[in-house]
Ligand binder design. Structure first.
Ligand SMILES: [Zn+2]
Length: 255
């Protein structure tokens, strides 16, 4: 059994067959799904989906690439949405210096504002980090996220960065790109402690081999899980069980 801790089920790309996508996830042992908001509107959509399906939970937040024109009232909305009973995390939030859709300063203040919300509401963080490793470490330290907890989703970086993230009591998750032939993440996967590991698809993106080229969906999580189990030399079932326990504990989900 698996928990897909990161998907965007509200995206238009699922409009034609969302019901079937969710059904396929259930048939493929995905016992819980966290669907992620990236701004106020998509956070509301995530909650609507979570209200409709028992095994779907929501995360609400403003993505670093969606914060260029963010207003104070938007953080207020996120705070209100976050008190919904099926909201299990704040995210995705963080820093993105690759796309740079918003100035660094704005990204930092949006990130810090939302770390504050997570702290106040006692919710873990789902963090997006792209080409911003040093600043990320700085913010996480300054904001003392060690006692909030969370996950560095779609983990990238080197072993040193991984160790620092782990030492802050954070979880990490890898997407389908670790199944690609040219993946450079093998050592990271091997070194990430299983007790800090979560599974995710990041669907509709990052479709794993052998389905690469197709739209990704939660049911495909098994392919990424298989590769992780292989690299860590543990049984797939055991990996599923451990990462499911990790997700249940971190997000306090009852499944
Ligand atoms: Zn995402």
């Amino acid at each position: 059994m698996f928990v897909d801790t990161h998907t965007h089920l509200d995206f238009d790309i699922y409009d034609e067959d969302r019901e079937k996508v969710i059904q396929r996830a259930i048939e493929n042992q995905v016992i819980a799904i966290i669907t992620i908001g990236t701004d106020v509107e998509t956070s509301k959509q995530a909650i609507l989906l979570a209200e409709k399906y028992a095994s779907i939970f929501a995360s609400v937040g403003i993505h670093p690439s969606d914060c260029a024109n963010v207003k104070n009232k938007d953080f207020q909305f996120i705070r209100e949405l976050a008190s919904h009973e099926k909201v299990v995390a704040i995210g995705e939030v963080g820093l993105d210096y690759y796309h740079m859709h918003a100035e660094k300063e704005i990204q930092h203040s949006a990130f810090k504002n939302q770390i504050q919300i997570a702290r106040e509401l006692n919710l873990p963080l789902i963090i997006h980090n792209r080409d911003s490793h040093q600043d990320m470490l700085k913010v996480l330290k300054e904001e003392n996220v060690k006692d909030i907890g969370g996950v560095m989703h779609s983990f990238t970086g080197d072993i040193d960065f991984l160790e620092k993230i782990i030492s802050m009591n954070m979880h990490v998750s890898f997407t389908g790109n670790i199944t690609f032939k040219k993946s450079t993440s093998d050592d990271l996967v091997k070194k990430a402690p299983v007790e800090n590991l979560l599974l995710e698809t990041d669907s509709p993106f990052m479709t794993p081999v052998p389905l690469r080229g197709k739209r990704n969906e939660p049911a495909f999580i098994v392919h990424t899980a298989k590769r992780i189990a292989e690299l860590k030399e543990i049984d797939l079932e055991l990996l599923g069980r451990i990462t499911t326990e990790n997700a249940k504990n971190l997000f306090k989900i009852d499944i």
